[in-house]
Design a protein around this ligand. Structure first.
Ligand code: M6R
Length: 369
């Protein structure tokens, strides 16, 4: 049932191009418009929405963080994203015009379920993004957009994460479509890019051998840091989470701009630091800033592991290890940038002799608060 792979996680990483394509299937019509009939919240209700609030845990929370960038940029609707376990305890401000999005692979995560119940009690509509048909979270929501990742067995989430991202982009674009925002042209282009993204994920998977080799050489390390900006920041957090749960290593993700506010003190000789570099096209300010962050940490002895777009030459002089990813629109980059981090964590865990599919102390779905 592992399809020839040693671990379910490896199989699920390899299934990502198909999972992404399946999640898009039937949701973009020939004219390039979105047809999300399953979202049984009417267009007029969606036009009334004045705030989006995303609740989720763990990896799903990272998908939510990325969704916030997309939703606010494409729709101009204010969007908050919060850990489900924190949400209801701070008495959040919600009403009938708030759209709450609950993201969960299993659909059974108790923290997320309690957050959505709280939101519904306040009169908000809840849209679930979920991978498990008929599970509790979609049953208790007003509407559901299923991710079509297929069953995810490994405790560490991989293909579910990528499909959660796709579903979040679809919701963001759909909100833009229904509300007719001024980003109309951009939305059309993004829908076209999204429909081709599965091929880009495939290409990343074909080039992962150097990442595996690198991971094996780092198996004796105690700490790995991850840096990113913009949507690369949640990707950095996701890379760190994967490493914690699989390799049992100290790993932390930071917004690269925060370095000088504290974390740079952690940099010491030969400390591995993974940096997710935004595209040099588009918002190039971000790119230039992160290149100087890489210079700063390298000058202090860090071993830089740089994830950058094909053709990005500016990073080359400062990268001890360079991992190339395909050229992708800025907001979609997490779909390709996360993949090397999954492979990296999986290989490190293997090299350290850890149980990849069933890490210690963890369960696939967390059904207690
Ligand atoms: O089933 P859910 O998506 O609600 O699960 C949320 C988290 O428990 C989950 O993503 C967890 O962080 C994973 N083990 C991460 O790999």
């Amino acid at each position: 049932e592992k399809g020839g792979y040693d671990y379910f996680m490896l199989k699920e990483i390899a299934e990502q191009p198909k999972a992404v394509a399946d999640t898009l299937l039937g949701r973009i019509d020939a004219a390039g418009s979105l047809t999300l009939d399953e979202v049984r919240i009417s267009a007029s209700e969606l036009r009334e929405v004045d705030k989006v609030v995303i609740v989720a845990c763990g990896t799903a929370f990272h998908a939510g963080m990325i969704a916030k960038y997309a939703i606010e940029h494409w729709t101009r609707i204010p969007c908050e994203v919060e850990l489900a376990s924190e949400f209801r305890y701070r008495d959040p401000i919600l009403d009938a015009r708030s759209l709450v999005i609950a993201i969960s692979q299993s659909g059974e995560t108790m923290d997320t379920l309690m957050a959505l119940r709280h939101a519904r009690e306040q009169g908000s509509k809840v849209l679930a993004i979920c991978n498990t048909n008929g599970s509790t979270i979609p049953r208790e929501s007003d509407a559901v957009l299923y991710t079509h990742a297929g069953p995810e067995v490994a405790v560490a989430s991989t293909k579910a994460f990528l499909t959660q991202l796709v579903a979040c982009y679809l919701v963001a674009l759909y909100l833009g479509q229904v509300r007719g925002t001024k980003w109309g042209d951009e939305i059309g282009a993004v829908i076209r890019d999204l429909s081709q993204i599965s091929g880009a994920v495939e290409r990343v998977l074909e080039t992962m051998e150097p990442v595996r080799e690198l991971a094996r050489t780092l198996a004796h390390k105690n700490t790995v840091l991850f840096l990113g900006r913009h949507v690369g920041y949640p990707v950095a957090l996701e890379g760190a989470l994967k490493l914690k749960e699989l390799a049992y290593m100290h790993a932390e993700g930071f917004a690269a701009g925060e370095l000088k506010h504290g974390p740079i003190a952690l940099i010491e000789d030969d400390l591995p630091v993974v940096v997710v570099v935004p595209s040099p096209r588009g918002r190039s300010v971000l790119h230039d800033k992160i290149v100087s962050n890489i210079q700063e940490i390298r000058a202090r002895g860090a071993r830089t592991i740089v994830i950058a777009e094909e053709g990005d030459e500016a990073v080359v002089p400062y990268a001890d290890h360079l991992i190339r990813i395909p050229v992708t629109p800025t907001l979609l980059q997490p779909l390709v940038a996360t993949v090397p981090l999954q492979v990296f964590a999986c290989e490190l865990a293997t090299a350290r002799g850890n149980e990849v599919d069933q890490p210690r102390n963890l369960a696939k779905s967390v059904t207690v608060e």
